[in-house]
Design a protein around this ligand. Sequence first.
Ligand SMILES: Cc1cc2nc3c(=O)[nH]c(=O)nc-3n(C[C@H](O)[C@H](O)[C@H](O)COP(=O)(O)OP(=O)(O)OC[C@H]3O[C@@H](n4cnc5c(N)ncnc54)[C@H](O)[C@@H]3O)c2cc1C
Length: 397
Amino acid sequence: MSDLNAFRQEIRTWLEQNCPESMRTPATPEDQVWGGRNIQFPCEDAKLWFDRCVEKGYCVPDWPLEYGGAGFDRKQTAIFKKEMARLGCRPPQVNLGIWMAGPAILEFGTEEQKREHLPKIARGEIRWCQGYSEPGAGSDLANVQTKAESDGDDYIVNGTKIWTSYADHSDWIYCLTRTDKDAKKQEGISFLLFDMASAGVEAKPIELITGETHFCQTFFDNVRVPKANRLGEENKGWTVAKRVLEFERNMMADLEATIAADPIVLSQLAKQHLGEDPQGRIADPILRQAIARNEINKRALDLAMPRMGAEFAEGVGDPSLGMILKYAGTEEEKLKYELALKITGAQGLGWAGEGFSEADIKLTRDWLGVKTHSIAGGTSEVQLNIIAKRVLGLPDQ
Ligand SMILES: Cc1cc2nc3c(=O)[nH]c(=O)nc-3n(C[C@H](O)[C@H](O)[C@H](O)COP(=O)(O)OP(=O)(O)OC[C@H]3O[C@@H](n4cnc5c(N)ncnc54)[C@H](O)[C@@H]3O)c2cc1C
């Protein structure tokens, strides 16, 4: 038996013996365990699974042992992910630290920064949020205006970030700040890491039309940040920022595969609302075609996502794939909800009150909610621009 086969067998046996049965189904958002100072577990099995994985370094299997990982190389990590997927194991912990801050610290951090931050992420002790967007810097991200002014060994940070997901639940932030206002915009940015409990940080939740409060506007008022917390060189933060955006898109493939399937199946919804023709097909032929196309495309994407994740784990994936699948996946998801509304008609626009079931009201809110997916992590229009220029090599006009 080759070393890798023996490794696969070892992982398989460990997972079978240690992953509780109830952790082998896709997680709903409420089931997810977000690491952090205020970590909470939806049930005892989730805690058991988390504790066992932390002990083995399995929250971050590809990180080195000294930073809290399992020290797996690319091939071992790919096998580990495949075995987790084979059994349907949920991720023991979700955290922007695992997906984005940690990999950035691994690549750009000093030894001291690695020892300080990585083990805490691996053990689920610190939850991270992303301070990139500002009221005047979203798609044009290099336009960030939050200032970090030098003051001895520290920076003094002033400004505001917006759409900071879960800033009010996070412990640390990685943040793009301007350290040279006279340089070309990409060249005057520094990438800072700081504690959300620092004096002068305030996160104000923003209520979405769906009723959720997913993100915040985050204010910095003379926040003192040690220069030792800068990741990478001063004014070279744009390089780190772009790398983190790559991590963000690639992460979506992993996550997608572990989230509970959407309960709406368009073909069933259509038969329920529109009836069937004598052959047992959806009665409306035009909607029938659109639904079939959407279901086939979504199925193809469901198969492509984990394949991309496995390729990235083996280090052979094309970096532009993440962007392409992010664009295709989020647009197809929005189309699905538009079709759901066409099927249900006025009944699919329930907001509150009598005459609407819980499912009707949820459908309306989900229809609004999925619109955020093609904005978060870079809008569809911007993804198309980048694909056109960098992948297809079209002229920049
Ligand atoms: C659910 C969600 C979570 C988020 N979480 C975070 C987070 O944790 N941290 C964070 O920093 N940010 C976060 N964001 C912000 C997100 O990154 C930005 O909303 C996104 O980059 C778009 O920026 P904007 O909102 O400023 O829109 P704008 O950039 O102002 O864009 C407005 C419109 O103009 C279009 N547009 C802009 N430029 C071009 C162009 N060159 N060509 C064609 N069309 C263009 C856009 O596509 C869009 O339709 C989140 C957003 C959402 C929806």
